[in-house]
Structures are given as structure tokens and as C-alpha cells.
Ligand binder design. Sequence first.
Ligand SMILES: *Cc1c(COP(=O)(O)O)cnc(C)c1O
Length: 719
Amino acid sequence: MTLLRAKIPALPARLEGLAALAVNLSWSWHRQARALFRRIDEPTWRLSHHNPIEVLRATPAARFEVLAKDGDFCSHYDQVMAWFDAEQISVDGWFTEQYPEIGADRPVAYFCAEFGLHSSVPIYSGGLGVLAGDHCKTASDLAVPFVGIGLFYKKGYFDQQVTPLGWQEDSDEVLNPDTTPLIPVMGSDGTPWVTILNTFGRAVHIGAWTMRVGRAPIYLLDTDLELNHPDDRSLTSKLYSGGAEMRLRQEWILGTGGVRVLRALQINPAAWHANEGHAAFMMMERVRELVGSGTAMPDAISAVRRSTIFTTHTPVPAGHDAFDVAQVAECAGPAYLEDFGDAAEQAVAFGVHPRGHPREFQMTVLAIHLAGHVNGVAQRHGVVSRQLWGDLWSDRPEAEVPIGAVTNGVHLATWMANPFMRLLDYHLGDDWGFRLDDTEIWSAVLGLDAREVWHTHVELKRALIRYLREEARRKWRDEWSEAAQVVAAGALLDPTVFTIGFARRFATYKRANLMFSDVERLRKIVTSTTRPVQVIVAGKAHPQDTPGKEILQSIYHFTRDPVFEGRVAFLEDYDMHLAHMLVQGVDIWLNVPRVPLEASGTSGMKAALNGVPQLSTIDGWWEEGYNGKNGWAIPKAGPDEDADTVDAEHLYQLLEKEIIPLWYEKDADGIPRRFVQTMKEAIRVAGSKFTARRMMQDYVQRYYAPILRGDPFVDDPPL
Ligand SMILES: *Cc1c(COP(=O)(O)O)cnc(C)c1O
């Protein structure tokens, strides 16, 4: 309670539970809880982008006194607290029903460099983090024994501003932990550190914060402690910044420090999951522990392999961290390596590809050596990963390389908009949320009334446009110097016009500029007098990605060019909040990665859950998600064709000949019936196959449960 006091002012006894509710992120995917906070102070709720702690901090005591006597508010509060308290105590759910024999005392430990849970805790950069966040929420929903490990980045990723000329400027905002749900973990005897780790010859004290995600705790490691050398205090301050050495040290803290923090807190995981190679030192540390306590090296490796899952997330080479072997040895230090005894050289060689450069230490190679269970994130990405990493198993045919696939999914209650949930409540019964494994409920979506689906969508589209006008108005007042910036931010957008959404990181392979490759053709499409089109673009380029920033600038140029009539917009600072607004409010979701570089992609799933069909190249999840009726696919370019040219041609043709005419084909009541059919099919497919619930069930059935239960393990190691 005293720790909460720093964040949240004293509340009347009648409403005391609001404090505990606000610091457990489960409010974020519980509609009634969100509504409760909104009700306290709607403007602060909106302006803080839905941060309940800021709402509680901004609300004067007198207002709480009034609310405590408001019968309607109190009964709403009681309902939410009844749900919250029951869920805190209960350990029951899908997992305990399916696996009554597995106890809850030995959890799955899930390591990831970023977690995207809510925009009020900005410690993520994009898809990887949001996926990890959705994974944790689902672990809580399904009652999987689970603990997350990550880093606390006080400066987050970075904030994006775009100059009037379209150049991305990056700035850091320092997060005040008091306005986040993070609570410091105290070490033994009240010290602010939990464990100690050597890196580059210096001892670093590691502190930790807990973030409650429903029933699942996440521990976020932090080196910003007075006890530490000034240079070490900033080690964990920013996500994906700095050079190789900084990255190496961060990953060292995440992996090695993460294991030690779990040990110090006496949490004893039975299964260990590295979400992407950044966390792979976690495996090496566990081998070291075993060897240090007398286990022979081969047995230690085998014990770690049987209990470790590694999920690889990208076929793009820049996505796989590589360091110099000597640098890794220096980071670890002699004392660490001594624990391996004679096998110290072998330990460092875990990260070296036997057919690669002998001095290159690759995190993915380390992870594949020490994880007995490896998977990609869509069926196609499984195939691509077997091609990429198959030669670690020498002359094995690709099909026999033991890398599997679990297709990503998105957390339904996080990403589906309230109005659509209400529509489903009404037609499927209030309990549909408890029948999600029943495919019937998803087929029933096809029977929804087209008019209701359409009006629900239009309501969300209006909300998006209202929101971006409000943002433009505020920034015009506070930040911007030129009226053109207001136009660029979408102030002239019209809710009755067909709207294309494109938002993602500005990595070059995602080809944000594909749509703009024939400017004159796009201008004709956009400015048609009978069937005009709008385009909304958002996304950040990594601060060191100059080509990505140049693409962003070239697009920004069109937003302010009068020939586009203010129908192309660029929205700054893409984050989860903006992602929500966009995936719920545009008419079609555009996704054009260069095949086969998108491992999965998840924003299209979020859009589909809200009846926004995807138009995409056949890559990532779309290869298995597209069924001819739930959106549109850009056919694969032939081996001798220039993919950028033919993909752009297909994109324009689909828009001109099929999609735009279909959207404008409205009946006497103004409902585009055939387009709505595609919208319903998009919801049906996403809801039945591409939710985080289905994804988590796959991970549990294939990996977590067999490990937690101690099933026999047939190892198939590389080499
Ligand atoms: C879902 C999401 C992403 C990932 O989208 P992709 O389709 O995988 O590119 C990135 N950023 C944010 C904020 C998201 O919500």
C-alpha cells in the first residue's frame, strides 16, 4: 500500500479498490473497468490516452467524495471490483481444465526485450513487443502459470516529430514511473537491488519493477540505481539504441540478469521461452549454473535444451544480432567463463555458426544451439526459417530441419473495438467471450445484419477522424509553425470517403512507398470526383535508419502537395493508442512487405477483427489467412520479374478495378452490401484462427505442457 501511495492519492474508503485496479493492466482489456475510469474524468481519460493512474492523480478529493455517494457509480464500481477480486484469487481457466495434473508452482518464464501492453508503458517499438504483450495477457486469460522478464526503459523507444519538410526528428521523453503501473521490487533487507552481475569487468546492481498483467507478473530489470557506476546507470534506459556494445550489454542483462532475478525472487520456472534472440543469454546462464554446480557439460546442455523454447521473428538479416566473439567473452568476464571449467571455449562457441565466420557470435545461433524447441511465427516463416538456419544441421534436407511454426495471433479483448463487441453481445449472447473456442460463434458473424455491421464501422471511422482532427488542433496550438502541417495531419479528411490505412515501422522492406511509386496514377485515384480515396500513413523509422527516414520524407511531401487535395495524411508518433484508432477506423488495411521478408505481421489481424479487410502481398500470416473472400491479395511476383514494379501494378489494378468500385457500390440505404460481406468474412477468419488465444493454445499444446509435465524428450540438436 505504501508503494502505491506514491502514485495514487488517498481515496475514500468506499472506492479504495481503484488503486489496485489501476496498477494491474487487466483493466485495459476489461470493458467495464475502462468505462469506470472514463466515468471519473472523461477529458483526462481521453487526453492521457487512457491512463487510469493519471485519471486518479488528476481527480480532486472532492470529486471522489461525490462519486463515493453516487449510487450508480458505486454499483458499477462494485461490479468491476467483484470481477477483479475474483480473478486475482482464482487460478482456474482453460489451462487448469486441460491440464489438471500440472501444478501452478513451476511457471513458464517468458523473456523478451520489449513488451507492448499499453501506450502508458511505452517500452516497445513495434510488432515484437505488442505480440509479447498480447502473449502475456492471454497467459493470464487462460490461467497459464507464467512470468515475464524484460527491461525497464525509462526513456522508452523514442518520440517522433516530423518537421514541416518531412524529416523525422527523434526525441526522448523520460517516463515517470509514478504514472505507470510499475511497482519497485525490493531486494533482501529492503535494498533497491535484487541481484548483481558482472559485465565488462564491473559489477552492476540490477533492480526490478513488477508490472501486473492480470494474473501474470512481468519483471522489468533496471540498472538505474545510485549504487551503480554512472555509465552503467543508463544501460537499460533506451530500447534498441546505441552501438553493438550497448546492445550486447542490454542483452546480457536481460538474459543473464533475468535468470538471476528469478532465482533471487525464488521463482522456479520449469519452461523457459526466449521470444527472439535478444534473450538467448538466458540459456547460456542456465548451462553455466548447471556446470558450475557439477553437472557435466553435455548433460547441462541437454537439460537446458529440453526445457527451452526459442521463437525466431524475422528473416531480415539486420534483425539478427551479431557480436564479436572476443567482445562477448569480455562482456561475460573471466569469472563467468571459469565456471564452465574446461568447456569455457565451447560456451562462447555456442554462438558461432560452424560454417560461418569464426569470430562472429550470433544470438540466433546461440539460441538454436541451446533451445530444443524452435519455431517461426507463421507457417510460411517456418519454411523460410528452415531454409535460413537448416545448415546448422549440416546436410539435412530442409523439410527435416526441426524448426516448427506457431502462427501469431492478436489479443481479441485488446484489439476489438467496443462497438463491435456490443454488436456481438447483442447477437451472440453476452457470454460469447466465454465460448471463443467454439467455431460456431465465428460462423454466426456471417449472419449479422449488413446494416448494423456497416453502421458500427462508420461510427468507428468517425471516431478516428474526430480524433485526428483533435490531435491536429492541439498540435497546431502548441507545437506546429505551418498550416500545411495541419493539412498533413489529416484535418481535411472526410468520413464519407474510402480510406486506406497503412501504419507500421518504416523498415524499408515494408515498402511504405510502394503505393506512391506512380505518383500521377495515385493522384488520379485519390482525387477522383466520383469515387475519391484517402490515404492515412503512420510509422516510425529507427533513429539510425536513414533510408527509412527518406521514405517517410518522400511520403510526407505528398501530404502537403495541393494536388493531393489534403487526402493523404501522415500521423506522427505511431503507438498502440494510434494503432487502435487506425485498425478500427479505416476502410481497408494495406500491407505490402517485399516477399518473403515479413515473418508474420499482426496489424492486419487487428484490423480484420474490426471488419477492416486487408489488401496484402502474400507473405507472413496472409499466406494462410487469405481465403479469397476476406480481403485481397497481391499475387506473388515471378522469379524473373521485378517485384517492386509488378507488385505496384497489381496494387493499383486491385484498387482501381475491384476494391474502390465495390466500396462505392451502395444500395438505396447507403450500405455497400458486397463490401460488407468481405468485412464479415474478415472478422470470421481473424476471430476463429488469428487470435492470441489460438496462438497460446498452440504454444501450450506443443511446447509448454509437454515440458511442464516432463514428457520424454527426443532431442535433435544441430551439428
Ligand atoms: C500491431 C502493431 C505493430 C505490428 O504491426 P505489423 O503489421 O506486424 O507491422 C507495430 N506497432 C504497433 C504500435 C502495433 O500495435
